[in-house]
Ligand binder design. Structure first.
Ligand code: AP5
Length: 216
């Protein structure tokens, strides 16, 4: 089954955790703009060097850079049978660019899943998050701790805290989400694409809700 999905929601709500799981299950690419940008920053590429300060400050990376990056990714052959966009679009200009691209290729978005939880939960999830810099595995100090503290279960690498998970940058990211991204929920609701996913529960409970709303 072809599946073209957008995962929308505030920082720390668990989009990435659910996206990895669903994309692996359905065999479609998980396209996380945050992950692609972090890889570029790590590689000190021109794109990464231009994006780094925005990311460290919790601001959106300029649209032209991100739209170009996503457009290149969506024409890769593995996207022919669907994809899961995680963290894109993030403002009305990016949504319009995506719509233009989709209109050209006649690939319509099937659904936009809107993950939501109160700020207190988001802040707890973000401040306790630890990630593996080598394989990208994601942990949480309380809810998903690694077997050995500070060490990745999958590859044994020392876990790190994302630089943008500091208290001030978390605050900035939440403000940016409210000012620029949240309004997309109205746009996609009007287009009858939006499905609400209460994201206050456990990872398994949310995965069940995702499966139910996609009728999988
Ligand atoms: P990005 O990487 O997209 O960050 P984000 O949207 O802020 O989302 P996060 O990755 O922080 O959270 P998530 O919802 O995926 O939660 P996760 O599953 O990890 O973007 C980073 C930066 O890149 C942006 O600030 C911007 O600068 C730039 N950028 C990216 N896209 C851009 C774009 N389109 N345009 C412009 N700039 C862009 O979970 C969080 C934690 O909670 C984890 O520890 C996890 O283990 C835990 N957890 C998950 N689910 C649960 C649960 N149900 N219960 C308990 N714990 C849970």
């Amino acid at each position: 089954m072809d599946l073209r999905l957008i995962f929308l929601g505030p920082p720390g709500v668990g989009k990435g955790t659910q996206a990895k799981r669903l994309a692996a299950d359905k065999g479609i690419p998980h396209i996380s703009t945050g992950d692609i940008l972090r890889t570029e920053v790590e590689a000190h590429s021109e794109l990464g060097n231009r994006a780094k300060q925005y990311m460290d400050d919790g601001k959106l990376v300029p649209d032209d850079l991100v739209v170009d990056m996503v457009a290149k990714r969506l024409v890769q052959p593995d996207c022919n049978r669907g994809y899961l966009l995680d963290g894109f679009p993030r403002n009305t200009a990016q949504a319009a660019a995506l719509e233009g691209k989709l209109a050209q290729s006649a690939n319509q978005t099937d659904k936009v899943l809107y993950f939501s939880a109160p700020d207190e939960i988001l802040i707890k999830r973000l401040s306790g998050r630890r990630v593996c810099p080598a394989c990208g595995a994601n942990y949480h100090l309380e809810t998903m701790p690694p077997k050995t503290p500070g060490v990745c279960d999958k590859c044994g690498t020392e876990l790190i805290q994302r630089p943008d998970d500091s208290p001030q940058t978390i605050k900035n990211r939440l403000e940016v989400y409210k000012a620029q991204t949240h309004q997309l929920t109205q746009q996609y609701a009007s287009a009858e694409l939006l499905v609400n996913v209460d994201s206050t529960g456990t990872v398994d409970e949310i995965a069940d809700a995702v499966a139910r709303c996609l009728e999988l």
